[in-house]
Design a protein around this ligand. Sequence first.
Ligand SMILES: NC(=O)C1=CN([C@@H]2O[C@H](COP(=O)(O)OP(=O)(O)OC[C@H]3O[C@@H](n4cnc5c(N)ncnc54)[C@H](O)[C@@H]3O)[C@@H](O)[C@H]2O)C=CC1
Ligand SMILES: CC(=O)[C@H](N)C(=O)O
Length: 380
Amino acid sequence: MSAVCHNLSQFYYGPRVSMKISRHLKENVWTWKSGMAAQCFFPRMVGARFFNGMTTDPVVREEGDTPRVLITGSLGQLGTGLAKILRTKYGRDNIIMSDIIKAPKQIVESGPYIYADILDFKNLQEIIVTHHIDWLIHFSALLSAIGEHNVPLAMRVNIEGLHNVMELAKQYRLRIFVPSTIGAFGPDSPRNPTPDLCVQRPRTIYGVSKVHGELLGEYYQHKFGVDFRCLRFPGVISADTHPGGGTTDYAVQIFHDVIKQGKFQCYLRPNTRLPMMYIDDCLRSLIEVMEVPEEKLKLRTYNVAAISFTPEELVQALKKLIPEFHVSYHPDSRQDIADSWPEVFDDSNARNDWGWKPEYDIDRLCEVMVDKLQAKYPKK
Ligand SMILES: NC(=O)C1=CN([C@@H]2O[C@H](COP(=O)(O)OP(=O)(O)OC[C@H]3O[C@@H](n4cnc5c(N)ncnc54)[C@H](O)[C@@H]3O)[C@@H](O)[C@H]2O)C=CC1
Ligand SMILES: CC(=O)[C@H](N)C(=O)O
């Protein structure tokens, strides 16, 4: 049968793809047979959703092939920078950026950008098929602070959206990355340090949706063999894009306000310790975990850490570069969220299993942020 398929597929797809199909069929005859049988009996029901548990895409990626990557929610704080790095690495046209907002001119000119609402399953199917997607990087989400202000929307985007991408990953055999967060822990978790495996009872809808994502991803991995990979990130600090409504955003805003106005009002108490990470470390950890061979992954969800500091400590580090500025503290509802989160993250499993190592400490972080933002806001 494999030979027949090889000839047929050669006719339809050409020799290179055909070889892959033949190899794939040898390994997955049952899947193919069932899929074909189902298509014969239900010719109109070709929607991938129908073939519960089966792939509709017979082409298998081989390690080392250049992946074609779809990034959802790519206009946010993480997606813009990730697309830039991946395009340098894998080629401009292999990285498809997507979001529901209109992209600025420089994004449109930098490579493929398309509209994709994470809640529209059929449209996502069409994108994956049309663009031959191999990897899905799922960034669309409402972050912790903004999620508390719109719980129904956070549930839709963070939970229903995740259901959609997990199904797509199963049906099209995608490698899928879903970020989690320090916010996936709660007041009952050990806070200093917080290990990978411990009690997780978050008190925000953001945290609840992220624990759900971790568990569902791991379930799809052991039940259906989906290549699910997940990192729990600390608060991410970057200069190129603004954060999207989180509890850790103060650690970005302080740089903008101090450089522009010489003063900063912090919504957390001065001694609130949280794990943080410079964006370059964050994106490097993501790429490393996506590229690591599956057999090295003893877990599917890892903590990654870099630095841990309080607003007071960040102010002291920033004063080494900009000695004169004024800070006041007016805690708001984000204080309650921060008080329930880890203070220090234990990432020893990521370090041991796939060699994770951060590069930015608090001083280097301040230097790079100040350099970038002083160039962006020149002195009047
Ligand atoms: N930035 C951070 O400090 C951290 C981020 N993460 C996670 O990383 C991921 C990316 O985070 P950021 O880039 O910071 O978030 P962001 O808030 O900056 O960007 C999220 C993007 O999702 C898009 N989006 C919203 N609704 C959508 C929908 N229905 N369909 C498609 N897209 C939609 C938004 O337009 C936005 O561009 C999120 O899942 C977040 O939970 C995890 C830990 C830390
Ligand atoms: C740590 C995060 O997940 C995010 N920055 C938030 O504060 O919500």
